[in-house]
Design a protein around this ligand. Sequence first.
Ligand code: AMP
Length: 399
Amino acid sequence: MSFKSLGLTESLVKAVNHQGYDTPTSIQVKSIPPVLEGKDVLASAQTGTGKTAGFTLPLLQLLSQKQPLRKRPVRALILTPTRELAAQVHQNVKDYGKFLDLRSTVIFGGVSQKSQVSTLRNGVDVLIATPGRLIDLNNQGLLSLKHIEILVLDEADRMLDMGFLRDIKKIMGLIPKQRQTLLFSATFSKDIRKLANEFLNNPVSVESTPENTTVEAIKQKAYRVAKAKKTDLLIKLISEGDWEQVLVFTRTKHGANKLVKKLEAAKIGAAPIHGNKSQTARTKALAGFKNGSIKVLVATDIASRGLDIPLLPHVVNFELPNVSEDYVHRIGRTGRAGASGLAISLVSADETVFLRDIEKLIGEKIPKEVLEGFEPDPNASTKPFNPQQRRQKSRRKSK
Ligand code: AMP
């Protein structure tokens, strides 16, 4: 897995490589794609997991893709509990942003505000701050928070422990409601959840896998199989593997519906989740999945984005995506704290090219297997199902 495959631009990949890193950590794999998509993210990650780059890299990318406003008001605010952490995060912002035309600064208490104020006056895009000094400067009219587009609460649990809740709430009142919010916390106490409920909008939940900090924690495997045997193979894998729950991806809405019907006929509780389903139906499917009454959730790529689906031990690609980046999003759904996840792909002859494209993107070969009784069809064509769609770059709107 590479930083490029997560959707980061060359300038950022180069900067991160300059720091000596070429493999993203688990929290980076999980948080970078949804942040790039503009989603709110609720992340559970301790120090040492690479969490800072997990929010800094996509944040810098989003800012660099837009023209800075005249006078350069602050567009991204990163709140940290301590000065030390603020300084450390600022160093990361400088390191990762060194090939971008973005300005950043850090403000915290205990030192003279003079130089902090003059840097702010010259305009900065990213501000890293501790809550006290931020409110102080705002009260003095020396800082405007009206143009904030992205807010990061780093080590939110520590901020609450240190009694910053009132300050956080006050700051929330000073920045636009229309914004992207990222909350990083080592633990998820009741208070953190309350904070997230109040200030995050339909967040994607991600968690790092502390014992295995890279995406290598996700085991990948592909079964070559005849198209007509895919459903039976999936049923076999679910029942013989004793899987409790699995998220299955199909390429189309119709495919998702069809698969759910077949799974139900085999007495396996399943529900589809895709763009044609009403919000109520989606919420119901998701609730059923979360409470365990539904074993298999069958999703299309677009529908699965932004859904608060818990991380699962197994993810199955019933069909490979024709946009390789979607593969990375999909497999990022597996892997749980401390346990490794398994991402299985069922590949028919006409998907061979997609598999090759994916391997090229992730920079590794996916181990392939054939199961007895589920062999690929020797007469099937290896031509992709729709050649026009194959190297399609733009996201499909139809799903
Ligand atoms: P953090 O959890 O953000 O405090 O990061 C912990 C340490 O991991 C810092 O020294 C980072 O520079 C380092 N780090 C960040 N990303 C990576 C990576 N992809 N591979 C190895 N180390 C990293």
